[in-house]
Design a protein around this ligand. Sequence first.
Ligand code: AMP
Length: 293
Amino acid sequence: MKQVESIASLRELIGKEKRDGKRISFVPTMGALHDGHRSCINIADKHGDVLVASIYLNPTQFGDGEDLSRYPADLSRDLDLCRSWGCDVVFTPTSEAMYPVPQTTWIEVGEIALPLCGRSRPGHFRGVATVVAKLFNAVEPDVAVFGQKDAQQALVIRAMVRQLDFPVELRLSPIVREEDGLAISSRNAYLSAEERVQAVGLSRGLEAGIESMRAAGSTAESVCDAARARIRREGIERIEYVELLDAASLRELPAIAGKIILAAAVHVGSTRLIDNRVVVVGEGGALEPALLF
Ligand code: AMP
């Protein structure tokens, strides 16, 4: 496995592989790696010849007062994991390499970035889209894998790829969960033992919301109410949002049908957690878990 820190040496390395006809697969990460990242990396491995991961804690997607300075990074541990997961190249740029001059060029994807996390994290998806565009330009991947855990992020990247003609095929990993259902996240490391017990209430709440869709006459509002009630019952007091939306557009649903996403963000102590469930509502109300795309 090669670790590369500069865009120039990355381009040289990848250019050679591309000239040899190799297909480049790519997983961008912010480090503090876990089994969710491993799942993305495994999928990327299946769809390319040269497996590239990046580890870069991107400051432009963090707002003031967010957790940039306490993010649980550990580069040597992450590099060991990348090696054991079969990565061929790990790109670990410094901020000087990623942002050599103050960034004044931004990618704003518009509508899809506005609801859900876009409301409480202004500028977040602009930072995400911009850094992913920069990483795509540096890596020039044929395929890139993202996690459904960050569903809105995946939709933002898809909009960017489509509208700016990036020649990159996007693939998704399903959400990897702890045994009790909590979606795995680097931020779970912030939780105290007591908060960890409460945190599972988020996935249980979403499950309760989805289950409530089976009841006759359920509406987006009743589904969200059922999810909220369960989340509260599990001891989580601060709910930022619970919303049931169309899974492609993140627009409000005229009726519970098609592919839909129940997404939520909560705060457990000082930790903000997000999770979602995507299902296809079939004929007769059958519910099939699904990938966003
Ligand atoms: P991050 O390091 O948080 O930027 O995440 C890097 C990639 O891993 C993103 O595409 C995430 O959506 C994905 N990811 C994070 N957690 C999970 C999880 N629990 N299951 C699947 N993918 C995940």
